[in-house]
Design a protein around this ligand. Structure first.
Ligand SMILES: NC(=O)c1ccc[n+]([C@@H]2O[C@H](COP(=O)([O-])OP(=O)(O)OC[C@H]3O[C@@H](n4cnc5c(N)ncnc54)[C@H](OP(=O)(O)O)[C@@H]3O)[C@@H](O)[C@H]2O)c1
Length: 295
């Protein structure tokens, strides 16, 4: 189909906004872009640019029919509801059903690497959601985004303050991807105008151990940082002792377990095949964030 109408859910989130920016920068007609969000006021700047901003909440399926009306290609950005009491599979399944009912031809879903075998605490959410996408009968593109480089900014500033980074990841590697690259890939998948099904595992260009990460943090912050290697049980006890909620402890410990098991040690050309570019290296991310790490 020529010039399809494309839709992004969760459009006011960081990935959503960056994706809208890539779509607009590509020259896509804003009148053929639908930005769906729980809070339309957050996207007033995009409405001003001519983008159709519509209300959509996966927890309120009655909002989804009107929101998805006229969309040919629908990107479902997985929600951030990783805390207890929310069924993400139900949320994403509601979006898949609504896209189908609205007559969409193609669904794009943001998942995570190898949810079938992953040790990550919420892998089941993505596995169940991928299943719903595949069973919809619509064509699909699944983008299995690995962990963002930006996630490091959640732990490194505090670790640099104490000069110590606790890890149960052992010598396992993770090929972090830039948040911006995930948006670039999502925009490319939306604009592709292809039929059929595809799964892309989106990773950075190189795997890094926690020692590699610490070395970059030392180099760009100018501060000392040692890695304290511990086992999972010790990491869990430390995080619990720091008062973190159980779901977050599970997420952080299972991330290190998954790295240690080698499940994040993935390097491929999926990003390049989809976007025609090479992913941003982790070193460039550190260069961009020198200020945040050294202050
Ligand atoms: N790979 C990684 O390292 C990594 C890290 C963090 C998160 N993630 C996943 O990637 C997603 C996008 O990342 P991000 O950086 O853009 O996260 P973010 O800025 O925290 O955005 C959260 C997203 O969840 C959406 N959302 C929450 N509840 C919803 C609901 N009831 N119905 C519809 N949408 C809902 C929000 O949409 P609106 O507010 O616009 O409705 C927004 O798009 C996250 O939500 C999470 O699933 C991946």
């Amino acid at each position: 189909m020529n010039n399809p109408t494309i839709l992004v859910t969760g459009a006011s989130g960081k990935l959503g906004r960056e994706t809208l920016d890539f779509l607009l920068a590509s020259g896509k007609d804003p009148a053929r872009i639908i930005a769906a969000t729980r809070d339309v006021t957050k996207l007033a700047d995009y409405a001003e640019k001519g983008v159709n901003v519509r209300h959509a909440d996966f927890n309120a399926p009655e909002t989804l029919g009107p929101a998805f009306e006229g969309a040919d290609r629908v990107a479902i950005i997985s929600t951030d509801a990783v805390f207890p009491g929310v069924d993400r599979v139900a949320q994403h399944s509601a979006a898949v059903s609504a896209a189908k009912a609205a007559g969409a031809r193609h669904i794009i879903y943001t998942s995570m690497p190898a949810p079938e075998t992953s040790l990550i605490s919420f892998a089941g959410d993505h596995l169940g959601s991928e299943k719903a996408v595949k069973e919809s009968g619509l064509d699909y593109t699944i983008l299995r985004n690995t962990w963002y480089q930006e996630n490091l900014l959640m732990s490194l500033p505090q670790a640099l303050e104490h000069g110590m980074l606790m890890s149960a990841a052992g010598q396992g590697k993770l090929s972090y991807i830039a948040h911006e690259d995930c948006a670039r890939a999502l925009a490319a998948a939306l604009l592709a105008e292809t039929d059929g099904n595809a799964i892309y595992t989106l990773v950075g260009s190189e795997g890094h151990t926690i020692e590699d990460v610490a070395a970059l943090a030392r180099e760009f912050s100018g501060k000392p940082l040692a890695v304290q290697h511990v086992d999972s049980a010790t990491l869990r006890k430390t995080l619990e002792g720091a008062g973190l909620p159980p779901f977050l402890v599970d997420m952080l410990v299972s991330t290190d377990d998954n790295i240690r098991a080698g499940n994040f040690d993935i390097v491929n050309d999926d990003f390049e095949r989809l976007t025609g570019r090479t992913p941003k290296p982790l070193r460039a991310f550190f260069e961009d964030n020198r200020q945040a790490l050294s202050s």
